[in-house]
Ligand binder design. Structure first.
Ligand SMILES: CSC[C@@H](O)[C@@H](O)C(=O)COP(=O)(O)O
Ligand SMILES: [Zn+2]
Length: 250
């Protein structure tokens, strides 16, 4: 299976969960998938200039993510424009199977810095178990966070089903946090507002609480995540559409 035809744009071999080992092949595959996804959102106008960033989780123990490099035009990324980071969002030497002390990025002759927001990607992946996180500067997300700084309440909308909730009779809150340049602060704020999912109780049949797979950062943009890149994209596009409806019908 190639990166192009795999669910989420990344083949199952690209996820090396549990081993903490990431090789050149999985990095290249992740880079290709992130570049393709990034071009899609740049085309939508959701990543103007160098805005926005994306990541995929490559390993869980210890946590390793491939994140887009900082400060690049997100409509022009290539498979090489990624950086391997740890659970703190810090660059880590990659490709342990490669020549000793020569990293993937060094072999390519590139000096890449991880996204300035890599720390929040890593926090979201750690807390939610996400396989992919996407951050864009989409307009409805910014407008909705400005309009409803305590969180955007949605209900009785068909597309809520697309983010794991009911189309009828359920109150869903898209959380909002204030913008901050310190990813540690943003990560803590995210954990404070994140609605953790609960499993269904087989004894009582009590319905599980589903998560809300999106976070609005006021005066900035939106983060959305999912089990893989494709699901993260669906959650992002559906949330932005829901926010457009909320703004249009307020
Ligand atoms: C063009 S300003 C946007 C940045 O400050 C930031 O918010 C952003 O989304 C992109 O940062 P980056 O470090 O390139 O991943
Ligand atoms: Zn941003």
């Amino acid at each position: 299976m190639t990166a192009a035809d795999a669910p989420g744009g990344l083949s199952s071999s690209g996820h090396v969960f549990g081993e903490g080992v990431v090789d050149d092949a999985s990095l290249t595959e992740a880079g290709a998938a992130l570049a393709a996804e990034s071009a899609r959102f740049a085309g939508l106008g959701w990543m103007p200039g160098t805005a926005g960033n994306l990541s995929v989780t490559l390993a869980r123990d210890p946590l390793r993510l491939a994140v887009t490099a900082s400060g690049l035009d997100k409509g022009e990324l290539t498979a090489r424009d990624i950086v391997l980071i740890d659970g703190d969002g810090e660059w880590v030497p990659d490709a342990p199977g490669g020549p000793a002390s020569v990293t993937f990025t060094q072999r390519l002759g590139l000096a890449r810095r991880p996204s300035a927001e890599a720390g929040l990607h890593a926090r979201i992946a750690a807390v939610t178990g996400a396989g992919a996180v996407i951050h864009v500067h989409a307009l409805a997300a910014v407008r909705a966070a400005h309009e409803w700084p305590e969180g955007v309440v949605l209900h009785d909308l068909e597309m809520l089903k697309g983010i794991g909730h009911s189309a009828h009779g359920e109150r869903v809150v898209i959380p909002v946090v204030q913008n901050h340049q310190d990813m540690g602060v943003l990560g803590d704020d995210f954990e404070r507002v994140y609605l953790r999912p609960t499993a269904a109780d087989p004894g009582t049949g009590t319905a599980a609480v589903a998560e809300v797979p999106a976070l609005l950062v006021a005066s900035h943009g939106i983060y959305a995540w999912g089990a893989d890149l494709r699901q993260a994209r669906w959650h992002l596009e559906l949330t932005e559409a829901l926010l457009q409806i909320a703004l249009a019908t307020r």
